[in-house]
Design a protein around this ligand. Structure first.
Ligand code: NAD
Length: 347
């Protein structure tokens, strides 16, 4: 393939979207020919997990309800033992990115089919990516076999998200769309998905924060998180994700909150060098994207700076130097001095 040609592949997946879609999960497991379902769920999703367990009846092989963020291998190995003891032949993940990650880790080790039922806006359910931690070191792999074959989006499952998680998780999704707009392998299809996702998130998020039970807004946010997840699956992520990986990995920080507080700073850094992203984001925000995203991020009632997240100021230089030495593809070349400026501003 020449340098002017980009390859756009899509993963084969079956996606159910809409209120009450969760009631179709038992039927979806039958469609997979499954007789022994291992359910991975977060405790936050207990009512939905109990409802599903009752509907599956004897076809429920086991329930694993303690997924941990960044998919530690020790947790996966314990769940793998349960999976084998109970002869599970399919996986259902019900929860945020942590539950989806654990099911992916089990699927990649066993080849079992998966149904992902996300309850946040993380987008992992549509990506072929799995990040795992062993002895505190996170490694990421990408393989089409990692992506769940079936995804169920039921907006009712997002109604329990508290305002803080709603805001930070939606900004996490927005970051996928934003980075897709300036990705070197963006295509007309990812541009369309990313622009629609950014527009929807920036419009629906303030409305949902004003009334967290407003269903139309919740539906829109979930749809846009799906589109943003497709962007994450399709394009190479840049400086924003590199910063999140480096900071999150070094200082063990909460995923969505970190993404939420970094995004406006990365936009300010990159937009002057990313005209297409700047034009599209200015159009959807009707003004200055840095200001619009910054306002949403600063409204969080939890940590909104790296300082408040517990990052030591004297740790910033090493992060800046590490990224400058081996940058992800990014519209503006991040040199260590400029990066340190960005990190100081976020601190
Ligand atoms: P999470 O799954 O860790 O959930 C955060 C918290 O919110 C948990 O306490 C959870 O119980 C709670 N929660 C989840 N849904 C809820 C709901 N509807 N109502 C109330 N509480 C709810 O957080 P996350 O941000 O969804 O996922 C983060 C993880 O996903 C990280 O490990 C990250 O690396 C991974 N991730 C992976 C990809 C990928 O493509 N591989 C993409 C995005 C995120």
């Amino acid at each position: 393939v020449t340098e002017h040609v980009t390859v756009h592949e899509t993963l084969p997946s079956r996606v159910l979207v809409g209120r009450g879609a969760r009631h179709a999960i038992p039927e979806e497991t039958e469609r997979l020919g499954s007789r022994r379902v291992l359910l991975v769920s977060t405790r936050s999703a207990k009512p939905a997990a109990d409802e599903l367990a009752a509907a599956l009846g004897l076809r429920l092989a086991a329930l694993v309800d303690r997924p941990v963020v960044h998919t530690p291998v020790t947790v996966t190995e314990e769940a793998l033992e349960i999976l084998r003891e109970r002869n599970a032949d399919s996986l259902v993940a019900l929860g945020g990115g942590s539950a989806v990650g654990l099911a992916k880790a089990l699927s990649v080790r066993t080849g079992l089919p998966q149904i992902a039922v996300p309850t946040t806006y993380a987008g992992s359910e549509v990506t072929p990516v799995l990040g795992e931690t062993r002895d505190g070191v996170k490694t990421t792999r990408r393989d089409p076999a990692i992506a769940p074959g079936t995804v169920v989006y039921d907006p009712d499952l997002t109604l329990t998200m508290p305002p803080g998680l709603t805001r930070t998780s939606a900004l996490n999704a927005l970051a996928h769309a934003v980075e897709a707009l300036w990705a070197p392998d963006a295509t007309a299809a990812t541009d369309a998905l990313a622009t629609e996702a950014a527009d929807g998130i920036l419009t629906a998020l303030p409305a949902v924060l004003a009334d967290p039970t407003a269903l139309p807004g919740r539906e829109r946010l979930q749809e846009c998180a799906w589109l943003a997840g497709l962007c994450l699956a399709r394009t190479r992520m840049g400086l924003h994700h590199q910063l999140a990986h480096a900071l999150g990995g070094t200082f063990d920080l909460p995923h969505a909150e970190l993404h939420a507080l970094l995004l406006a700073h990365v936009l300010a850094f990159n937009l002057p060098a990313a005209p297409k992203a700047a034009a599209r984001l200015s159009r959807v925000t009707g003004g200055d994207p840095v200001e619009a995203v910054g306002r949403l991020a600063r409204g969080h009632d939890g940590p909104t700076t790296l300082h408040e997240l517990g990052v030591p100021r004297d740790g910033l230089r090493t992060i800046a130097e590490r990224i400058a030495a081996e940058p992800y593809p990014n519209p503006r070349r991040p040199d260590a001095v400029a990066l340190l400026g960005l990190l100081e501003a976020a601190w």
